[in-house]
Design a protein around this ligand. Sequence first.
Ligand SMILES: C[S@@+](CC[C@H](N)C(=O)[O-])C[C@H]1O[C@@H](n2cnc3c(N)ncnc32)[C@H](O)[C@@H]1O
Length: 513
Amino acid sequence: MEEEEGEANLKSFLEWAAAIGISDSQSSNQSENSTSPPSSLGQSLCVSHFPQAGGRGLAAVRDLRKGELILKVPKHALITSESLMKDQALSTAVQNYPSLSPTQILSVALLREAGKGKSSLWFPYLKQLPRRYDTLASFGQFEMQALQVDDAIWTVERAVGRAELEWRSAIAIMGELELKPHFRSFKAWLWASATISSRTLHVPWDDAGCLCPVGDFFNYSAPREEQFESEVLRSASSLCSSWDATEESDAGDITANLLRLTDGGYEEEVGACCFYANRNYRKEEQVLLSYGTYTNLELLEHYGFLLDENPNDKVFIALVPDIYSSCSWPKDSLYIQQSGKPSFAMLCAMRLWATPMNQRKSFGYLAYSGSQLSTANETSVMQWIAKNCHLILENLSTTTEEDISLLQTIDKMHECRAPVELELGQSTIRGQVYAFLETNGLLNGGVGALHWNGRTRGSVDRWKLAVQWRLKYKQILLDCISYSNGTIDSFTSRDDSTLRTNRSISPKFEPLG
Ligand SMILES: C[S@@+](CC[C@H](N)C(=O)[O-])C[C@H]1O[C@@H](n2cnc3c(N)ncnc32)[C@H](O)[C@@H]1O
């Protein structure tokens, strides 16, 4: 029933979108003066479902070439504060509240528009928006604590605090606009601000950005910056050399698109949001878009999901104050990468810190070039890192193995939409599942008799995200320990007599020379 309604909403939305000029047609993309129909959808892309990669998304309906323009959403189809201000009452009310930020204004405008129901010009678009988001601002206490790591918990507290503050300062204008109580609630505010956070695209005239119908159906893939430049140049030159003369102008266009450095955005000269294929896609493959470079915590905060393999993920560990002061690298450049390797800046800073004060100046040049300074220096740095990663892991209340079993249990709970008896093995897991059931008022006296509803599903989804996040965090620390020990072992195998191999000794400042 729900599914049928969703399909019907989607169908009417796509008809509406095509009618207002949103197009993925090759011919209308190529020329504004084309004789073909002004707009159409379904010639490059179609809406499809990708349960493992974002749910609803866009699939290629034909092979797509990297750099090709695949979707154009004209300015008049974009939902911005400016376009919603055609509502005179809204535009007048906003002038009475000059302290509201652009995002608050767009949130109020979106809630007002949603409150209009069928009489809204944007009704077909609004109707197919997700009803619920899992961004950090919607995390409850239990889900927040499930993240385990202080920095992450603090990020949730900040997100919830900010959302509450923004909502409180918008209550007066929502009252003045006579929004129904349902649309004035904190829950509705979270919905509006998460819609904006997870679906808007940058536009030059409004810091809140725009909602871009159909363009906001692209799911995310992370950009790999180091790959990007070389790939752009390689593809550009191979495109130019391999195509025959009749395709030359096409090749020129595509090469220019390759060099844009973004997969999609507003283009002043076209008067539309334009989206380009960021690689070659085969028919039926999901076409993904890079929204930017985000860590998993940032993805959770702004978009409510995380990636299993995120090349931009980072773990920050507390370094001793001396490390920060012994170098000029900004604090946020000192982290452990997803691979487990410390960042370039972290390695430089730590090598310098492990150098006696009176030798830092002479070794500074070498350290800043990213070189190892000596076996002894590198060993003490690696020992320090490995020991501190261990300490962090020891202080977290579950191990990676326990997190993996807990995720399996959560998946079982997820699959069950009816009351279910859970078989709970390990006591840590049992404790966490009981705590979850209790927090959500689901125990009902029985042993794990789970009563399922929409609210429960949301809590389970967010809990799962929190456990997935902390597992990724721990895996990066474990990889970092392996990396550090591997580096030390590589010295041992070189039979370097200056090396201390005893890893049971506490990490020690190991001066050069
Ligand atoms: C711009 S929307 C993309 C379309 C969205 N899937 C929909 O059904 O409307 C962004 C949202 O899609 C989901 N998403 C996008 N990329 C994802 C990915 N790689 N993995 C999981 N979820 C993803 C997240 O919920 C995110 O907030």
